[in-house]
Design a protein around this ligand. Sequence first.
Ligand code: UD1
Length: 365
Amino acid sequence: MSTPYLLIAAGGTGGHMFPAQALAEAMLLRGWRVRLSTDPRGARYIGAFPEGVEIVEASSATFARGGLAAKILVGPKIAAGVTGMAAQMMRDKPDVVVGFGGYPSIPALGAATLLKIPRMIHEQNGVLGRVNQLFATRVAQVACGVWPTDLPEGAKGVHTGNPVRAAVLERAGAPFIPPGDYPMSVLVMGGSQGARILSDMVPGAIAALPEAVRDHIRVSHQARDEDGERVKAFYAEHGIRADVQPFFDDVPRRMSDAQLVISRSGASSVADISVIGRPSVLIPFAAAAGDHQTANARGLVQAGGAIMIPENALDVPALTQQMTTVLTNPEAAQKMAHAALSVGTPDATERLTALVEQLAQKETS
Ligand SMILES: CC(=O)N[C@H]1[C@@H](OP(=O)(O)OP(=O)(O)OC[C@H]2O[C@@H](n3ccc(=O)[nH]c3=O)[C@H](O)[C@@H]2O)O[C@H](CO)[C@@H](O)[C@@H]1O
């Protein structure tokens, strides 16, 4: 029997590349040949992919960036990408094609659709991205990171969850130490790029906490480079112990140690919080396409695991109040941690790999 062969199409942002990497790792371990079709932006993330994944750069384009000349060239570029990919696939036919959204996934999904190669997509967010919207009814199924996700009529949705890193899985359901009369950790994170609004609001909200709470707080605060110095200075002036960095490489450990997480609700951030199981205050990024960060947060909030503050309602008093509710109420915090865990999908990668294997079997049966 020949080695089964998976083509993964992903690129653009880390948000598409992280789950693609998790699937690539898992399928290699299962003895599959794995190839990644990506773009120059996605190429920044391939260093983290395991050795053995073949990389191919596909021509694609987006209407979202560039001037008129660039926009006029979008159609021909995409057509060239699809044609080039179709020619490759005719020579070297994948058993399954999986797209993770974003413009770079168009050539592989387009070619697989033309050639009727078994294919599916994974959507990380609670609202379908534009490219996934285009292919949702042209694939065998839409694997959804967030459940429920609104799908167009005729699309078949399957809940897989969003794959999380191994370091997150190692801490899945790690015992939660409820807040109390001892050092307490608060993790503040704004997603892969950080978030200015959290640097504007969180330090003031912590400074305004009741003294008995504030004196016990240790903050890990992810702040963009340009905000780092003022955030550090504010914490220092107010005698608050804080570690301020543009990006924490050890988020899984910091999250596991935290009594409270204050975060944007990007897909992987929400997945990490629910797999480790920690109380959180979530502030969805209001400008996200289709308001998908609100959709991402909904399941966790409805389960009672998180408090959501919409960006337009976010101010220092509101944040102080919600932080106080969690940090002065150990029972409520413990309940939130449990509730968060109840919506976590630590087996998201396995669920995805099972779908890929089923698709390949359907093809051969
Ligand atoms: C601004 C924006 O449009 N963001 C989108 C982007 O999210 P973005 O890439 O910002 O965020 P995600 O929440 O999906 O992923 C961030 C990941 O980085 C980790 N982390 C974060 C901070 C840090 O210091 N260290 C660290 O390791 C988090 O734990 C998480 O695992 O793609 C996601 C998936 O399509 C979308 O849901 C988001 O809406």
